[in-house]
Design a protein around this ligand. Structure first.
Ligand SMILES: *Cc1c(COP(=O)(O)O)cnc(C)c1O
Length: 245
């Protein structure tokens, strides 16, 4: 359980983040309401998520299947859950069945995952699922996501062959040390231009999910429409030690 002091801190941190998001948007003459904040609650207890919910926030992100299917049923149904990051294709059905109010999967990086999600939506008879294609813009082998050169093809596959998915945009994770982040963000933005041209959709109908705790203001200044913010709202993550000494 989070202590009351931690909870007060999280609500205050949320307000501060929302303020910084609006300021960043205004600096470049963008509409502040066009930037969505996904509060990334992975590893954090339900009681703390509830505090952020009570502070008025409704959009939360998780990136472990077991964790989101444990937490979602304990929290209000009007939460807009987003699954962020890589999803194992054999977990698509478990995820969708376990989280009826899952709104978005930000992490489609292969035809196989797209097909499995499409089939799971159909089998469960749920409304179409919005998906973002994850792009590896940094070229790091450790990162999931498809190469920028394959984005058009995957987006086209989703649009043409996955009737239960709604292609909604692109997502990337910048470099951990932030030095190449602008370059990564520019790459994602260029991918969007290509995809929109190919699919014949307007750029403002294609989300750009980029920016995390350390780089969200810069991402917004570069056109991000979705920022995923964890530790700046919830505090640093403490992972349980798998092999205690
Ligand atoms: C954990 C995570 C975040 C949030 O990271 P912070 O640096 O804590 O804001 C954003 N995106 C993805 C894909 C994540 O896994």
């Amino acid at each position: 359980m989070a202590s009351p002091a931690v909870e007060a801190t999280a609500a205050t941190a949320l307000r501060s983040v929302m303020f910084r998001v609006r300021q960043a948007a205004r600096r470049v003459g963008r509409e502040p309401d066009r930037v969505r904040v996904v509060a990334v609650s992975k590893t954090k207890p339900v009681s703390l998520i509830r505090q952020i919910y009570d502070a008025g926030h409704r959009c939360f992100g998780e990136n472990y299947v077991q964790e989101i299917i444990d937490k979602a049923p304990q929290l209000p149904e009007d939460i807009e859950w987003q699954f962020i990051g890589h999803l194992q294709s054999n977990k698509a059905k478990t995820l969708l069945a376990g989280v009826p109010n899952l709104a978005v999967v930000q992490g489609v990086d292969s035809d196989k995952i797209a097909n499995n999600l499409d089939r799971a939506v159909s089998n469960l008879g749920r409304h179409p699922l919005r998906v973002l294609v994850q792009v590896n813009t940094s070229g790091e082998a450790s990162k999931s996501g498809i190469e920028p050169s394959s984005v058009v093809e995957l987006a086209r596959h989703v649009k043409l062959h996955c009737p239960n998915l709604v292609f909604s945009g692109l997502m990337t994770i910048g470099m951990p040390d932030y030095t190449s982040t602008p370059e990564n963000f520019r790459t994602l933005s260029n991918c969007r231009t290509e995809v929109c041209k190919d699919l014949g959709i307007a750029e403002d109908q294609c989300e750009l999910s980029m920016g995390m705790s350390g780089d969200f203001e810069q991402a917004i200044e570069m056109g991000s429409t979705v920022v995923r913010i964890g530790s700046t709202i919830f505090g640093p993550r403490e992972y349980p030690q798998k092999h205690p000494k």
